[in-house]
Design a protein around this ligand. Sequence first.
Ligand code: GRF
Length: 195
Amino acid sequence: MKEKVRIAVLVSGGGTNLQALIDAKLKYGDIRIVISNRKDAYALTRAENAGIKGVYIPKEGFEETLIDILNEEGIEVIVLAGFLRILSADFCRRYDERIINIHPSLIPSFCGDGFYGLRVHEAALAKGVKVSGATVHFVNEIPDGGRIIAQKAVEVKDDDTPETLQKRIMQEAEWVILPQATDKVCKEIMENERV
Ligand code: GRF
């Protein structure tokens, strides 16, 4: 039996996408560690409840510490699941096509600088789109600019608020496609890189 691909999940907040990854019981990936840039992130409690190692990294020297931990753990894939910190271009190049992010719109709509959290859904409603959704993509030095791995469309309803739209997109799209896309990437690594 080939060893599963070693994953680190980076978080900053509530961690519902982390929970979806845990609950999915990935076939090809193994979540070895959850790393947060916020000490009080509920995502760290979710990790603990699932028996997964959780680590908080403070702001000072964040990326240096992160790289050390990733190396120690032999991490091959990094999943950003509600991680609210921009990673440097150097870091992105080091892990080219190995960093996965979930964005709550259909890229290239409502993405890039400044589009995070409720702002994404406010912009979608202001534009009057009838369909929005979520995108899983690789991370490069351009915000939300890396290769798209998976997308799922979600209906926008006439009486939606940013909050209701956000919730529907999470339930119907994000929690579905993030585990699927992560496993797909891990499967490819397993097939191409494991002997
Ligand atoms: C999600 O909407 C995700 O698309 C975005 O940040 C949010 C994280 O939520 N990148 P959670 O911490 O996974 O609950």
